[in-house]
Write a protein that binds this ligand. Structure first.
Ligand SMILES: [Zn+2]
Length: 60
């Protein structure tokens, strides 16, 4: 088996990677992807406007 990042021989201590560096690289890829998803709908101006129009006291 080879490292999915750099195709070197796998180190059993860092399976399935060859080194801690490649394990970190793979982890960073996953973190970047999960960060990219919620970045779009988070609109600060919308979050401030929303609670103003429907009044929680009149809406039961
Ligand atoms: Zn590697």
């Amino acid at each position: 088996m080879t490292c999915p990042i750099c195709d070197k021989d796998t180190n059993p201590a860092y399976r399935p990677f060859c080194s801690r560096h490649c394990a970190d690289v793979d982890l960073g890829k996953w973190l970047n992807e999960s960060y990219a998803i919620p970045a779009e709908p988070a609109d600060p101006s919308e979050a401030v406007q929303n609670p103003q129009s429907p009044d929680p006291t009149t809406r039961h």
